[in-house]
Design a protein around this ligand. Structure first.
Ligand code: SF4
Ligand code: SF4
Length: 75
């Protein structure tokens, strides 16, 4: 994993809680969150996924924005 001399946070998406509202997509400054059109979750929505985790800065904007606490960040 990252050897960047700082704490690297990993974004975790609980896909089955996602309602595909795209608030997190809009919130991400790196534009690396997208709806996964190839997947339908337990609620019947396309859940979001991270398209390029290597570009994630761990800023947590996505987690803060999500109204359903679908996204968490951890070490
Ligand atoms: S933590 Fe920041 S950069 Fe990473 S996916 Fe969320 S909003 Fe985007
Ligand atoms: S903000 Fe939350 S519920 Fe909305 S698309 Fe993103 S992860 Fe899913």
């Amino acid at each position: 994993m990252g050897k960047r001399g700082r704490l690297m946070l990993k974004v975790t998406i609980n896909e089955n809680l996602c309602k595909g509202c795209e608030m997190c997509v809009i919130a991400c400054p790196k534009k690396i969150i997208e709806l996964n059109k190839g997947k339908i979750n337990a609620k019947g929505y396309n859940p979001v996924h991270i398209v390029d985790e290597s570009k994630c800065t761990g800023c947590a904007s996505c987690a803060v924005m999500c109204p359903d606490v679908v996204i968490t960040l951890e070490d």
